[in-house]
Design a protein. Structure first.
Length: 147
């Protein structure tokens, strides 16, 4: 297993935190933490810093560049993780999102953007209820022939 994954697990055990608790405290998605723990990916710098702050270890130790585990960031100056308040979101969306792989998340974002664009373009041309839009040329009424 990778150094980052091993050290992340070790730091979580020392802090007595589950991946769900760590996700909540850092503002990082549970799916990302799960992928790091399973050694699929290594976290980016800003995420490593947030993890290290909550786990009270140094970012360098988490990444395996030093064997000194203690945090070098002073306790008096915590790094803010979430600056803006989280908008109200349907919890079902969050649960589904966290279960998706990164490529599936990207596809979902593209689909949502298409749906939004479609709804914005169709909202400007709404018709009144009961009236259907006629397509094509109008048909001429045929006169009945006398036999």
């Amino acid at each position: 297993m990778g150094i980052f994954a091993d050290r992340l697990k070790e730091a979580m055990q020392q802090a007595n935190l589950t991946s769900a608790q760590l996700a909540k405290q850092t503002g990082i998605g549970r799916s990302s933490i799960s992928q790091w723990l399973s050694n699929k990916y290594v976290a980016k710098h800003d995420k490593v810093t947030a993890l290290a702050t909550v786990l009270n270890v140094s970012p360098d130790w988490l990444l395996g560049t030093t064997d000194i585990a203690t945090a070098s960031v002073p306790k008096a100056a915590p790094i803010p993780v979430a600056v803006t308040p989280t908008p109200a979101v349907d919890p079902r969306l969050v649960t589904l999102w966290e279960q998706l792989e990164p490529d599936q998340q990207a596809k979902l974002i593209k689909k949502a953007q298409k749906l939004l664009a479609k709804s914005q373009t169709s909202s400007g041309s709404k018709r009144k209820k009961g009236k259907k839009k006629k397509k094509g040329k109008k048909r001429k009424k045929r006169k009945k022939r006398k036999s």
